[in-house]
Design a protein around this ligand. Sequence first.
Ligand code: SF4
Length: 385
Amino acid sequence: MLGRGRDLHSERGVECPGDLPAPSDPGLVERARAAKAALGDKVFVLGHHYQRDEVIEFADVTGDSFKLAKEAAARPDAPWIVFCGVHFMAESADILTSEDQTVILPDLAAGCSMADMAAIAQVEDCWDELVEAGVADAVVPVTYMNSSAAIKAFTGRHGGTVCTSSNARTALTWALSERGGLEGDGKVLFLPDQHLGRNTWARDLGGSLDDCVVWDPHRPLGGLTVEELRAARMILWRGHCSVHGRFTTEAVAAARATIPGVRVIVHPECRHEVVELADEVGSTERIIQTIAAAPDGTAWAVGTELNLVQRLGQMFPAQRITFLEKNVCYCSTMNRIDLPHLVWALESLVDGRVVNPIRVEPQVAADARVALDQMLALPGETSKD
Ligand code: SF4
């Protein structure tokens, strides 16, 4: 259960031990301002695009997970980095910042359900089974940024790379290049988002869906046969985003039926059939850039996290922006970071107490850094989540 127990090797969080301000406290905004002013340059607040407005208001910079981690690394003089996002993002920031800096997650229960779908023990077992099946030599692991530090470290130890939603195509091309590229016999173990892996393979690289298999970590040999594994090019981990995975083809059809001239734009964590029906597909940063560049009056149905879609409506009032799917909610874990938690984290720093520090074990951090550095070495690398 989120918020109960303590498992540092997963994205599951723990309870906040301190005294949180009451959400009804009318002075919260002023308290946050005062604490931030008192801390000055000693604190740097990062806000992910999917965060609430009440939190974004206090962010020194907003962006996707990788951009935020790099922003943190570019502020070596700030001893405290308050990361308003989810656990794997804070881990990446800790890996990429100096030892003198401490990354703070205002609510440790802000995990990511997708990252939680690949536990390191399951992934190690998967690799052992791939070795036994005689296919591991042809496999390069590629893990999405949205994974735990332990999974990134596994990827680093096995010669793979991290990827983001904007460079997944480049990452797959690189991973397959050692064994003949797209026409060769190399395979990718793609973690943990099956949809991003499938969409990148089929949509961006023109690969066949028949080359994809899904590894179910709860079944022997992932629920596959040795023959299926030998024939596959993409071994997709059975994970998904609990927000983006809920957008449907029916919602796309409904938007087209009810909004004249609508353009449908979705994130590549959406299911393949939804992505196939969309007019545009892109990371959070790409969605923002695409809408910013469109002529006034363009109608958009946007398939990504609701906080961002609502903010897009405020940012671009000349555009007609709607949320693609009426049955999709906010990301519940992103929303764990609220103003009371932010005020608590900042005021604690003012009082000389560091709450909720995120520290990745040195060996895990070193191995994960190998995979992150490999991503940075990919041609034309840009930052996106
Ligand atoms: S939106 Fe999806 S991938 Fe992003 S933090 Fe929430 S569950 Fe994880």
